[in-house]
Design a protein around this ligand. Structure first.
Ligand code: G6P
Ligand code: ZN
Length: 542
């Protein structure tokens, strides 16, 4: 019943920041998905008898590729696959299932916050046995395999109906279809004080959660509306759709504008949040305030002990390099470790496994903890709700008190999307070429104190990652970071990260644009952004 199908390598199957991502028509080419899946089966380790978790964010192609993956697993000697009902599993729920079931790994089908549908994006990511994204050693091995692949193996029979929960057989393999929400919701109940949050909601705490037509809809309805008693309608856009209702399932001020408008308007609830396509990102809002991801990380780290799962305190905090230094100030004040890693959740895995950190976060709207090995949107929402329930203050008051205690790191990221790739690469190379001569240079009132191209040595396994972004630090601690995105699918996306520390509470309420004006001008002067990309303005400011 095993069919071996001859194929030829594709030369563009190198996984990026978060797996292999391409446009749907590209993925739908004959054998494209099959080649990559076969490379995963060939290049990864699976102890005899072990299971693989399979699920995705429900986007266009999700169910088709899941059925292929199940049939290929059966043909590749996998003992068991655990699959989310209807092919759905949020990324954090997949991470949890891998850990709970001691699976060898997981195949997560998603292009995260990128748009879906027949002309949208699709992606395949492999997670290892700790539940986290495969580290570079593994993704490199998968990539090498894609370059030499000559055939793939597939079971010559249909995959079972993905809508029916229960176990069946495909050849020698068990196929277990599971409710995607149950195990995840149970994990959340162990971490947070559900009774206290329920009481706060019953007592008048109001909230909205925008699932953006993506995978978190069923999770949020079960947890927020059923278990925590928030009224029906608290979850907006809660039914997953293949094209995310035609939008980008990206929880930021651009793509979640209706939620932002609600939160800034006269009928705003106390708390607002949104999550992305696969449920690992989050956006946090209060009445009249959008909390930047870097600030959210710092506030969560400073208050985590208010939730039962973190009552003993946290071991340390990790943040990606371009994330603001707000969390560093919390770590310093609390006497816990702080780690600065390259962009990409996979870099947190070793630190979490080694118990060096409990909480991690990124400026790209990711926050999470050692409960799984992925960032986790609903986890951040629930930790915020737990903190609001215990402190009984508004989001805005909690953030203002945080800045008063630790100082404020004004922060913004400017994205220039679909820039000509060679032009973007030359911009970065030109910066790299000038690093050595930058210290001491003056731009307006700013003087460069240090400039480098970030490289990271993993303190656990000693592996080194270079070329992770150009950092330009000014005396006084302000900072500009230039980096090319590793997740785009068209041209290049230039990201410019701007940060300025302000210790004085009297100066904590400035408009961000005003606080960062000089840095924005300096970024253009140093990076020659306008001249090299032809862009006068960024496409997105987050
Ligand atoms: C994905 C990864 C994150 C990363 C983000 C931005 O969501 O999981 O870890 O921070 O992409 O990456 P980029 O390379 O586009 O800046
Ligand atoms: Zn995501």
């Amino acid at each position: 019943m095993i069919r071996t199908v001859a194929t030829k390598p594709f030369d563009d199957q190198k996984p990026g920041t978060s797996g292999l991502r391409k446009k749907v028509p590209h993925f739908a080419q004959e054998n494209y998905a099959e080649n990559f899946l076969q490379a995963i089966f060939d290049a990864t380790e699976r102890p005899a008898g072990s299971a693989i978790v399979i699920g995705g964010d429900g986007r266009f192609l999700n169910a088709t590729v899941i059925r292929k993956a199940i049939r290929m697993a059966a043909a590749n000697g996998v003992a068991k696959v655990i699959v989310g009902q209807n092919g759905l599993l949020s990324t954090p729920a997949a991470s949890n299932l891998i850990r709970q079931r001691k699976a060898a790994g997981g195949i997560v089908l998603s292009a995260s916050h990128n748009p879906g549908g027949p002309d949208g994006d699709f992606g395949i990511k492999y997670n290892i046995a700790n539940g986290g994204p495969a580290p570079e050693g593994v993704t490199d091995a998968i990539y090498r395999r894609t370059r030499e692949i000559a055939d793939y193996r597939i079971w010559n029979g249909e995959a079972p109906d993905l809508s029916v929960v229960g176990t069946s057989r495909l050849g020698d393999m068990d196929v277990e279809i599971v409710d995607p929400v149950v195990d995840y919701a149970a994990l959340m109940e162990t971490l947070f004080d559900f009774a206290r949050i329920r009481e706060a909601i019953a007592g008048g705490l109001t909230l909205r959660f925008d699932a953006m037509h993506a995978v978190t809809g069923p999770y949020a309805r079960e947890i927020l509306e059923r278990r925590l008693g928030a009224p029906q309608g608290t979850v907006l856009n809660g039914v997953p759709s293949e094209d995310f209702g035609g939008g980008h399932p990206d929880p930021n001020v651009v793509w979640a504008a209706p939620l932002v408008d609600l939160m800034m308007g006269p009928t705003a609830p106390d708390f607002g949040a949104a999550s992305d396509g696969d449920g690992d990102r989050n956006m946090i809002l209060g009445r009249g305030i959008v909390v930047t991801p870097s600030d959210s990380l710092a506030v969560l780290a400073a208050n985590a002990h208010l939730a039962p799962g973190y009552a003993k305190g946290i071991a340390g905090i990790a943040r990606s390099m371009p994330t603001s230094g707000a969390a560093d100030r919390v770590a310093k004040a609390r006497g816990v470790g702080i780690y600065e890693t390259p962009t990409g959740w996979k870099f947190f895995g070793n630190l979490l496994d080694a118990g060096k950190v409990t909480i991690c976060g990124e400026e790209s709207a990711g926050t999470g903890s050692d409960h799984v090995r992925e960032k986790d949107g609903l986890w951040a929402v629930l930790l915020w709700l737990n903190i609001l329930a215990v402190r009984g203050q508004s989001v805005a008051d909690i953030v203002a008190a945080h800045w008063a205690e630790f100082g404020r790191n004004y922060y913004q990221r400017h994205d220039y999307e679909e820039v000509d790739k060679p032009a973007a690469e030359e911009l970065m190379n030109s910066l790299r070429g000038r690093l050595a001569s930058m210290a001491g240079q003056r731009f307006g009132t700013l003087v460069v104190s240090e400039a480098d191209d970030f490289s990271y040595k993993d303190p656990v396994d000693g592996s080194v990652s270079t070329g992770q972004g150009v950092r330009i630090v000014f005396s006084g601690g302000s900072r500009i970071v230039f980096r090319l995105s590793g997740t785009g699918t068209v041209g290049a996306t230039l990201r410019v990260y701007l940060e300025r520390f302000e210790p004085d509470p009297a100066r904590h309420a400035l408009p961000v644009e005003e606080a960062l004006k000089e840095l924005v001008d300096t970024a253009d002067a140093i990076g020659e952004i306008r001249a090299r990309t032809g862009r006068a303005e960024p496409d997105v400011r987050t």
